[in-house]
Design a protein around this ligand. Structure first.
Ligand code: FAD
Length: 337
């Protein structure tokens, strides 16, 4: 300990490089993916710094985590490994839901299916959620093929993101507000660091040394409706994709169900908003009125953690834990020589 305590303390020690295990892991991005990853790494004792233009509490069209309905919903058409990432996220969110400060709540869910579910549909989620059952015919509108009832988890981003920021800071993580043009700019800021995680979301399309042309923006738009009927989620699975996601701690529900590819307009589209209200009314008429009142050694390891489309919250902590394993793998390779 004596020697370690002296590292960097005086000019005579400057020739000693910082031991690999003490070099901060650098995360680009402070959305749900960057912040969840920072938390999980810090819990394992890593030193972490986050660099981001937008931080928890901000609202901007380029910061998806501020706008999510943020329900945990099992994704269809994914691999068993991807399902496990969602299952890990569910486990961690369930534990967090015991702390009201976290903004995570357990709610009832009703999912109505327009068609018979495909073999790789979201039904695998019944192995993860509580109280899953197929609903009786009399319990859901006749237009649907079938329906499921279960308990799920919803995060309120207006509370969960600031909660994560506090957690990260109290564990010793540091946020630096800065926009970078490239990963190289980040490497230059932290010449000692060897592990970088790119959790920049749509930023990866424009970082000059990433320019990932597989990334595309998918614009969503939600309506927040103030109501005390905010304890059950309604989800229409199919062509008329629509959701009513409760936010019990904010006293309302989030209505939505639109995905506009390659659109980054920050302007509210009122036609979309009214269409969402109409669809949500059809789905849950007792909650949504038809017309609501207006209201490596020497080398760097770069781990890519972006591109979660409509599921960043549902995958967040599973991705974070998978990244912790990758960081540990890089640490193992670099520390044991
Ligand atoms: C309307 C809507 C509803 C949604 N509903 C759900 C839902 O119910 N469930 C669910 O799981 N998901 C949902 N999502 C999806 C979810 O919001 C996203 O998948 C998730 O927020 C992505 O998080 P992220 O951390 O990858 O990116 P972001 O939150 O976009 O964060 C990116 C970060 O990178 C930083 N950054 C980028 N480029 C740079 C740069 N050059 N320099 C510095 N910093 C940079 C940004 O400032 C920011 O901090 C919804 C999304 C929308 C829009």
């Amino acid at each position: 300990m004596g020697d370690a305590g002296k590292v960097g303390a005086g000019a005579e020690h400057n020739s000693f490089p910082t031991p690999f295990a003490q070099r901060p892991i650098i995360i680009l991005g402070a959305g749900i993916i960057g912040c969840a990853t920072a938390r999980q790494l810090l819990l394992q004792g890593f030193s972490v710094q986050l660099v981001a233009e937008f931080l928890p509490g901000d609202q901007d069209i380029h910061y998806a985590s501020a706008w999510a309905g943020a329900a945990w919903h099992a994704a269809g058409g994914i691999t068993p490994e991807q399902r496990y990432l969602q299952a890990v996220t569910h486990r961690i969110l369930l534990q967090m839901s015991q702390d009201p400060e976290s903004g995570v709540s357990v709610v009832d869910a009703r999912e109505f299916l327009e068609k018979e579910p495909a073999p790789d549909s979201a039904i695998w989620g019944r192995t993860v959620v509580s109280k899953f059952r197929k609903m009786d015919r009399a319990e859901y509108p006749a237009e649907f093929h079938s329906a499921w009832a279960y308990e799920t988890l919803v995060s309120d981003p207006t509370r969960h993101m600031p909660y994560l920021r506090r957690q990260v800071q109290s564990l010793g993580g540091q946020f630096i507000r800065r926009r970078v043009q490239s990963l190289q700019e980040l490497y230059d800021m932290f010449p000692d660091s060897r592990i970088f995680i790119n959790a920049s979301g749509i930023g990866s399309k424009t970082l000059t040394d990433v320019l990932d042309d597989r990334c595309f923006p998918e614009r969503g738009q939600n309506v927040f409706l103030r109501t005390d009927q905010c304890h059950t989620m309604y989800f229409r699975n199919g062509q008329e994709y629509t959701y009513v996601i409760p936010r019990p701690q904010s006293g309302g529900v989030v209505l939505g169900g639109v995905k506009q590819q390659d659109d980054l307009s920050p302007e509210v589209d009122l036609d979309i908003a009214w269409d969402e209200i109409t669809r949500a009314h059809r789905l849950a008429p007792h909650i949504v009125p038809e017309h609501p009142a207006d209201e490596t050694n020497g080398a760097r390891t770069v781990l890519s953690a972006y591109g979660f489309g409509g599921g960043g919250y549902a995958f967040s902590y599973g991705i974070a834990d998978a990244l912790v394993e990758m960081v540990q793998e890089a640490e193992r390779e670099n520390v044991i020589v």
